[in-house]
Design a binder for this molecule. Structure first.
Ligand SMILES: [Zn+2]
Length: 330
């Protein structure tokens, strides 16, 4: 299995040796990018062909963070990490196995009510279903936090994002993905080319910038949510690349998203209404991931501008966020 050999760099205002050792041209790219404080790419998806190449050369270095922005006010620390799997003298990395976290339903509900509006909008029976699913999901995952402290919100809110997207499906555990890497801020991949990331999906791992994940929650109607974005990639990967533990209805309904989505993709690419970002026009995988973000965060706009795409998404995910009371997310 491909390994995510992430290295997290703790410094700011200086470059880690991994960057210093790069060929001059690549190094220059990095330095310019840092100077410009460019917005990192939304994320990356590695398809089955490119994946084999990318996985083998995957190195991540995370740098240049404003740590103070990354923690939640009044967030609850998780104590007693099991191990420090990749400290390497550069950075702390705390490992938490989900099956040992054992947060009570009450603790989870409190955090969701405070931070996760989707949960608040559910009926009482669906809130119970949501927490049951979240507990099962979280118990199957490991969370590696590349920072000095871990917070209960990290595994809970990340798992909640996965449960939100799959809430209308029968299969929701994404068993191919057993590890979440949580970085305080954007991280840097140095191969095959240099690029800032705020999230990505590779091998069995989903990596996220906590700072950007929180921004996704903070602005719930701007159509940008990196947590949803990466989970959408993972759901596609589980269904069409791994092809195990597949939600059959999702798989079989995807063809409708494909046909309606392709029309919208072409329209947006030609400069249509501009519901999608430029990044979504990179390829159809990015279009899919951003469609999930827009479906949940700008459902009315999607329904008005692209009614058949909205309907296809609604059938696919078995949810109706433009009119949540009609289905209650169920
Ligand atoms: Zn992406």
């Amino acid at each position: 299995m491909p390994q995510d050999t992430s290295i997290y760099w703790n410094g700011s205002g200086q470059l880690p040796p991994e960057i210093i050792q790069l060929p001059p041209e690549q190094r220059q790219q990095v330095i310019e990018a840092i100077r410009a404080e460019q917005r990192p790419d939304q994320g990356d998806f590695y398809g089955p062909i490119m994946g084999a190449i990318f996985f083998s050369v995957f190195v991540v270095v995370a740098i240049y963070q404003k740590f103070k922005q990354n923690t939640l006010v009044h967030s609850a620390p998780i104590l007693d990490a099991e191990a420090n799997p990749s400290g390497m003298g550069l950075t702390p990395a705390l490992l938490y196995s989900g099956n040992k976290l054992r947060f009570s339903d009450k603790v989870i509900a409190e955090i969701l009510l405070k931070r996760f509006p989707y949960y608040s909008g559910l009926s009482t029976p669906n809130q119970e279903k949501f927490i049951q699913r979240l507990q099962k999901f979280m118990a199957l995952k490991s969370f590696i936090i590349h920072d000095h402290n871990g917070f209960k919100e990290m595994p809970i809110l990340i798992s909640a994002t996965a449960i939100q997207i799959s809430f209308g499906l029968d299969k929701y555990l994404l068993p191919n993905f057993d590890t979440f890497n949580i970085y305080p801020g954007e991280f840097l991949r140095t191969a095959p080319f240099v690029r800032f990331l705020i999230g990505n999906v590779t091998g069995n791992t989903i990596s996220l910038s906590w700072k950007h994940f929180l921004e996704g929650l903070k602005y719930p109607d701007d159509g940008q949510n990196v947590g949803m974005h990466e989970i959408a990639h993972a759901l596609y990967y589980q269904t069409f690349v791994v092809e195990k533990h597949v939600d059959v209805e999702f798989r079989d309904t995807f063809i409708d998203f494909d046909s309606h989505g392709n029309k919208v993709y072409d329209l947006e690419k030609l400069g249509g209404p501009g519901l999608y970002s430029e990044y979504a026009m990179k390829d159809f995988q990015e279009f899919w991931a951003e469609s999930v973000e827009i479906f949940f965060e700008k459902p009315i706009q999607m329904k008005v501008l692209y009614p058949s795409l909205y309907l296809a998404m609604s059938d696919l995910l078995n949810q109706n966020p433009a009119n949540p009371f009609s289905t209650d997310g169920g």
